[in-house]
Ligand binder design. Structure first.
Ligand SMILES: Nc1ncnc2c1ncn2[C@@H]1O[C@H](COP(=O)(O)OP(=O)(O)OP(=O)(O)O)[C@@H](O)[C@H]1O
Length: 805
């Protein structure tokens, strides 16, 4: 619509947002504003709650009056509405706050406010014990005598104790819920701010000195104590992390860690970090004949290939003066060789022999197309546990064993890590993250990936229903482009699989219909797919009732429904008593003997409690970690406000937040406890969002963990498996005998080129004249890696005469 106003053409863009209904109803000027920021909301609140006094008005007669009686004016010209008048007449409270907030004193030693009467003798005031008491000093004193008090943080103290201002003591609280807040301190205040940080994290401190004590060391300042506790971010924390790792990780792992730091930790000066650790990262490439330039190239190439698998280019980080470039042919060869080098486990090869009839039908239909090289696209539809993954494994093994390329992909990292050589579909096909119907994959027609895709005989995409249809459509377009074919998926044989009863694509705040519309089943591709159904539940074979029940839920035909809700059979439920007891019962039922799990990994990693809310996850995790045997190690996150002046005010609040994909502010871990990775750090190494790992060791800046699921199981930063091959073995022929074990020291260890791998071992040991090989006595059959329990020298006396070593 457009109108002419004073000779100018104006259209809708010149009209402020308004709502015609209130305009007509109230016959006045009303704008509509969109509250998009916190500030706008605050502004609105201020308006609404400005209160009655803001309608006070003043009528001034014509003549100038000198005497203005404001009280009189206020009283006589005050207008309040009848409801408010009634409210006041009855004396109802006008505002209240629940729960009440206790403001807790914060001061350095002997630096607090003292109130005294003008006529008091100052010397007496100073000498008086009573004057020397404050909320904080009495918090320390109570901790010295009361065991229960020591379990609390300063800010939690008012929840269990009441501050008696008259006698200046904390007495146990009997009723009323309150919360405590330590008064804020800005980082610019120095020590007072660091004391606050310590008080917010350390339970039951006994004195100012005690709170500064970390282990056996009493730090000179609160700042240093906070740093020793890991509560402050250090400028050198990334360097410290590499330093710790370099002490016990092999160079290959160190390079991987370095690449991960480059991608995820935004080091301010990557070149500095590179210079510092180049030597450590290159020690496995150092031989007497290698020049330093060769070694550097090898190290950079190794880092570059890890970065590539994370979707980054090494030249983004400017590690050296000039840009690094590697031979394109070599990159191409590596993409293809890596696929050829994927190991084929014996059990996967045998899987094709034990397929059930439905799986067998699917297997033969797909394999026939592969062998005849005919274009085909399949969708394997089967509820959870019907052996889809089992079928993919059999297919992958058969195709790969014929020296053909089969690509394994999945929508999620976890599903990808279960398949050998598996990658997420996004990373394998370079599908953009922000998709629309015109998106295409970022694959160059001349590049190494295009070459690999043209060579691939079979492409598997597991959990396809979880991805939006645009992903598959982008793949379709890209494959048609690189193969110059008009056939669906460029004539490639592609197998999608999954279960529409499980998770559909995530559409934020989307309706059920929107989710269905976004899924593969609503794509133009759906009609081109040959559908194969699997229905026999192989996971719950021995529990047919459960398997039937699952199927019914999935198909929406559960017999017993109350108000459209699924009724879970009583035998599957933990009866509800109250929140606390029932949660305990649930934990007991799932994790029956938590003390023994540290020895039996699969027992622990095969169990999980699922909850729809992250808060409940944190609550259950806290209980589980307390019950898990061993001593706790704490890691803290650092929260920073963009505006540094708000750090003191916002820090506590930020610490309480646990946004998606981030661990809690205080991460409590114990040796051998399971953890789950929350990021796709390096999917090709099995490190993706959802990978479960077992904590093996803790350093200040490093958690040493071992992968606990998928075919990367057992992978750990510094673990070695070795195949020895070198002409040095000939020299030692007399001594080394097949199938015998030896202690080997002073040997070089380096990663094995995938093309030379005979078994699943990743590293080779290089023996030279300095290598020491010792026989292991026959009675010492079980070779255990040494485990060191390092005891500080000062604590050694505790082990004196106890027979402990
Ligand atoms: N033909 C078979 N013979 C023996 N065991 C089988 C067979 N098929 C599947 N299984 C076993 O059944 C279990 C479930 O199979 P699988 O994980 O392949 O199912 P799925 O359909 O991929 O399940 P989900 O949808 O939950 O991923 C696995 O332990 C697998 O080893």
């Amino acid at each position: 619509m457009s109108v002419k106003v004073r000779g100018k053409d104006l259209d809708n863009r010149w009209v402020v947002p308004h709502n015609p209904y209130p305009l007509a109803k109230f016959d006045c000027h009303l704008n509509v504003e969109i509250c998009s920021t916190i500030k706008a909301v605050k502004y609105l609140y201020k308006y609404i709650y400005k209160g009655h006094d803001r309608v006070a008005f003043n009528l001034i007669p014509g003549q100038n009056i000198q005497d203005i009686d404001e009280i009189q004016q206020f009283q006589s010209a005050r207008w309040i509405a009848p409801p408010e008048a009634m409210w006041r007449i009855y004396g109802f409270i006008l505002n209240e706050m629940h729960p009440s907030v206790y403001s807790l004193h914060l001061h350095l030693e002997d630096q607090y406010l003292v109130a005294f009467h003008a006529h008091d003798n100052l010397n007496n005031v100073l000498r008086s014990d009573f004057t020397a008491k404050s909320m904080l000093t009495e918090f320390f004193s109570t901790n010295q005598t009361n065991e229960n008090a020591r379990k609390l943080l300063y800010k939690e103290f008012p929840e269990a104790f009441v501050w008696n201002q008259q006698h200046k003591i904390w007495t146990p609280r009997k009723k009323k819920t309150v919360i405590g807040r330590i008064v804020t301190a800005s980082p610019f205040e120095g020590e007072r701010y660091y004391l606050r940080i310590l008080l917010n994290h350390i339970r039951g401190p006994l004195s100012f000195d005690h709170i500064k004590t970390v282990g056996n060391v009493t730090a000179p300042t609160f700042r240093e104590a906070a740093t020793l506790h890991g509560l402050l971010q250090r400028d050198t924390s990334l360097q410290d992390c590499m330093q710790e790792a370099s002490l016990y990780q092999i160079p290959h792992s160190l390079r991987r860690l370095f690449a991960t730091i480059l991608v995820y930790c935004n080091p301010t000066n990557p070149r500095e970090l590179w210079k510092y650790f180049e030597q450590d990262m290159s020690s496995d490439f150092q031989t007497s004949v290698a020049t330093s330039a060769d070694i550097r190239t090898k190290v950079l190439r190794s880092i570059s290939s890890t970065l590539e698998s994370m979707g980054k280019d090494i030249n983004m980080f400017h590690l050296i003066e000039h840009d690094v470039s590697f031979d394109q042919n070599e990159t191409e060869a590596r993409e293809i060789n890596d696929e050829f080098a994927v190991l084929i486990p014996e059990e996967d090869l045998m899987a094709s022999m034990s397929l059930n009839s439905e799986q067998q039908h699917a297997y033969e239909s797909i394999l026939q197309k592969v062998l005849l090289n005919e274009s085909a696209a399949f969708f394997i539809d089967g509820p959870g546990g019907t052996g889809k993954t089992f079928l993919y494994k059999a297919l992958l093994a058969t195709v790969r064993s014929r020296n053909l390329i089969a690509l394994a992909t999945a929508s999620s990292g976890v599903a990808a890590s279960i398949l050998l050589g598996g990658r997420t579909a996004h990373s394998r096909f370079k599908i953009p993250l922000d998709l629309d119907k015109n998106s295409t994959c970022c694959v160059s027609k001349q590049g190494a990936l295009a070459k690999l895709l043209r060579l691939a005989k079979l492409i598997i995409w597991d959990e396809a229903p979880m991805s939006r249809k645009e992903c598959m459509q982008a793949l379709d377009k890209m494959l048609r482009d690189i193969t110059d074919s008009r056939l669906p998926f460029g004539g490639k044989i592609i197998v999608f699989g999954g279960d529409f009863r499980q998770v559909l694509p995530v559409i934020r705040k989307g309706t059920r219909q929107e989710e269905v519309n976004a899924s593969l089943a609503s794509s133009y591709l759906w009609s081109t797919l040959t559908k194969i159904r699997l229905s026999e539940n192989m996971r719950a074979r021995f529990d047919p009732n459960f398997s039937n029940y699952l199927l019914q839920v999935g198909n929406g035909t559960t017999p017993i429904t109350i108000e459209n809700k699924i009724k879970i059979p009583n035998e599957m439920l933990i009866p509800y008593k109250n929140d606390v007891e029932s949660l305990d019962d649930l934990i007991d039922a799932v994790f029956q003997d938590i003390g023994s799990y540290s020895e039996n990994l699969s027992e622990m990693t095969n169990r999980a409690i699922l909850t729809p809310k992250n808060n409940s996850v944190d609550e259950i995790n806290t209980i589980l970690i307390q019950r898990f045997p061993g001593t706790v190690t704490q890691y803290y996150s650092f929260d920073e406000t963009i505006d540094t002046s708000e750090q003191g005010i916002m820090e506590d609040f930020l610490n309480t937040l646990t946004p998606n994909g981030l661990p809690p502010h205080e991460l409590l871990l114990k040796k051998n406890c399971p953890i789950m990775l929350l990021r796709n750090v390096n999917p090709s190494e099995g490190l993706c969002n959802g990978t479960r790992l077992i904590c093996r060791n803790f350093e200040r800046n490093i958690i040493d963990a071992e992968i606990a699921v998928g075919h990367h199981t057992g992978k750990r930063g510094n673990q070695l498996q070795a195949t020895i091959f070198s002409k040095d073995i000939d020299l030692r022929n007399d001594m080394l005998h097949i199938f015998r074990s030896y202690y080997i020291s002073n040997a070089y260890v380096k990663p094995l080129d995938p093309r030379h791998r005979i078994e699943a071992h990743e590293y080779q040991w290089i023996l030279n004249s300095r290598t020491i090989i010792e026989n292991i006595p026959d009675d010492e059959v079980e070779l255990q890696p040494p485990e060191y329990d390092i005891i500080p020298f000062t604590n050694l006396h505790e082990y004196k005469d106890t027979g402990m070593k």
